[in-house]
Design a binder for this molecule. Sequence first.
Ligand SMILES: [Zn+2]
Ligand SMILES: [Zn+2]
Length: 201
Amino acid sequence: MRITKIPCPPLGTNTYVITEEKESTIIDPSYSCTQKVLEITKNTKVKYIINTHGHPDHTWENQQLKEKTKAKLLIHKADSHLLKNPEFKLPIPFTPSTPDEFLEENKNITLGKLKFKIIHTPGHSPGGICLYEEKEKIIFTGDTLFKGTYGRTDLHHSNEKEMKNSLKKLAQLPEEIKIYPGHGSETTIGEEKSWIEKYVK
Ligand SMILES: [Zn+2]
Ligand SMILES: [Zn+2]
């Protein structure tokens, strides 16, 4: 398995490409990532484009990559309307996209030998999800959990109580799990656990 991180403007959103056994999956195609993603995935079959949630900085180039790779676009149903109408004023043009399947709690996404479990983590947005691979000990947390903090809960569709419940779920994972967040640098459950436990009380 190889994970490539592409930090994208204008909000420093992390686009990730996971490659395993000649297959790849793109997580959160942000602004200006398409050429880099196509270069990284050129000798592989791109199976999925997965959005950790529906905010435009995580979905900006869904459509461009869908057309170029023919991959299936997956998002949680509760955020899927944001792919048509991002509901935020954007500094850069946005192309609407259409999901092919919906993600839901406990659904598995396979990529070669990898099996990612979907954990529904609402709070920052209603359809936020994390992608957890137990054997590889990795999780992609979108805008739910970052190094040292969590995603905004002051947006019109955010919910602080749900955020606390979602973080509680994540804090129960094994401490050695490596976190790949939607913004900023990688961390581990062990490094984040103590502030989460204080915050969710
Ligand atoms: Zn967000
Ligand atoms: Zn974001």
